[in-house]
Write a new protein. Structure first.
Length: 109
């Protein structure tokens, strides 16, 4: 079994002082909602940013700190990527149906 097979709850064994490891991830994406002839006439630009942070406790040993660091980074990056996809769809729908419905109803219909 490799080191990454250790579950989060197994990072603290009680045999050592406890350390805390925090990893953060951030993704910023700019895009735009287009309208007009074939959706290319003009656009409403927007930027979304997703930030995720994970803190894990672990044994205060070099091995466990390295493992916790890697696991926390995987969880943080995965969470940010998962949330970014949903956020983009929701933001696009809000622009088209709630913020500027008059523009998109006239040009998409």
């Amino acid at each position: 079994m490799g080191e990454m097979a250790i579950l989060v709850e197994d990072l603290v064994t009680g045999d050592h002082p406890v350390a805390s490891v925090t990893k953060s991830s951030k993704v910023r994406l700019s895009h735009g909602e287009h309208w007009g002839a074939l959706g290319s006439w003009d656009k409403i630009p927007y930027t979304v940013e997703v930030v995720g942070s994970v803190t894990l406790n672990c044994d205060q040993t070099t091995r466990m700190i390295n493992i916790a660091n890697s696991v926390a980074e995987d969880i943080s990056v995965g969470g940010v990527k998962d949330h970014l996809g949903r956020l983009l769809v929701t933001h696009s729908e809000d622009i088209r149906s709630r913020l500027f419905p008059h523009i998109f109803e006239e040009n998409d219909g």
